[in-house]
Design a protein around this ligand. Structure first.
Ligand SMILES: Nc1nc2c(ncn2[C@@H]2O[C@H](COP(=O)(O)OP(=O)(O)OP(=O)(O)O)[C@@H](O)[C@H]2O)c(=O)[nH]1
Ligand SMILES: [Mg+2]
Length: 245
């Protein structure tokens, strides 16, 4: 089974933890508990192959971002998350993406642009078109709007990222997955490189139906938490399939 390291990046409060926990455990957390760094594992099937995903849910709040360079080095794919209710959070992604490209020293880094909180229709300040435009500026990096609350497009963004990593590995002549820090030194030439991925931008509007809130399955994924404060609410548990076809 392949080990893939995914990293969830974005400003504080955009919903990185909620998206990750929805994906791994099928639970929505409605309380805000700023993350320092949390690690999750989930086994999943994509295109008839099994993958062991390690998902690093990172800190968005500035005082906890010191480790960013280290986890970008070890990450194989990146979810770049903003909130459609927070313009600043989209602007912050520009620099974050440049940091990723610089540290990875590559123009082909598996990446997905994610506009979260799409359910907050009244509070939206960033249109779908602006998300598409950002995706185009980034060389048509795949773009989705999501709602962690409604579990809309949550699996899709992770599956898209896994597929990009698979494609990347195939293009690199089936080299084994690199899970440790990259050895090449960063150069300035990849800053702002727009040919990041050949994958077509895909816009997936959030579903308009409101599914019943999903519940946790402890067996669906494990988690190592490192929280700034407090602890997660205990939730009722229900079977949640780890297999996404
Ligand atoms: N309505 C709505 N609220 C959301 C959604 N995702 C997250 N939230 C809320 O936004 C707040 C922040 O969510 P988190 O997932 O903790 O944000 P984060 O990006 O992990 O924040 P940091 O850990 O500080 O970087 C919480 O109160 C969530 O309930 C969503 O899709 N819709
Ligand atoms: Mg968080």
């Amino acid at each position: 089974m392949r080990d893939y390291k995914l990293v969830v990046l974005g400003a504080g409060g955009v919903g990185k933890s909620c998206l990750t926990v929805q994906f791994v455990q099928g639970v929505y957390m409605d309380t805000y508990d700023p993350t320092i760094e949390d690690s999750y594992r989930k086994t999943m099937e994509v295109d008839s192959k099994m993958f062991d995903l390690e998902i690093l849910d990172t800190a968005g709040v500035a005082q906890f971002t010191a480790m960013r360079e280290l986890y970008i080095k070890s990450g194989m794919g990146f979810l770049l998350v903003y909130s459609v209710t927070d313009r600043q959070s989209l602007e912050e992604l520009i620099e974050l993406r440049e940091q990723v490209l610089r540290i990875k020293d590559s123009s082909k880094v598996p990446m997905v642009l994610v506009g979260n909180k799409a359910d907050l229709l009244e509070e939206r300040v960033i249109s779908v078109e602006e998300g598409i435009s950002m995706s185009s500026q980034w060389g048509k990096v795949p773009f989705y709007e999501t709602s962690a609350l409604l579990r809309s497009n949550v699996d899709e963004v992770f599956v898209d990222l896994v597929r990009q990593i698979i494609r990347n590995e195939m293009e690199n002549h089936s080299q084994p997955a690199v899970t440790g820090p990259m050895s090449r030194k960063p150069t300035a030439q990849n800053l702002g490189n727009s040919s990041i991925t050949a994958a077509a931008a895909s816009l997936n509007q959030p579903k308009t139906t409101i599914p019943a809130p999903a519940r946790a399955d402890a067996a669906a994924g494990s988690r190592n938490r490192n929280k700034a404060s407090g602890s997660a609410k205990s939730k009722k548990k229900k079977k949640n399939s780890c297999t996404i076809l």
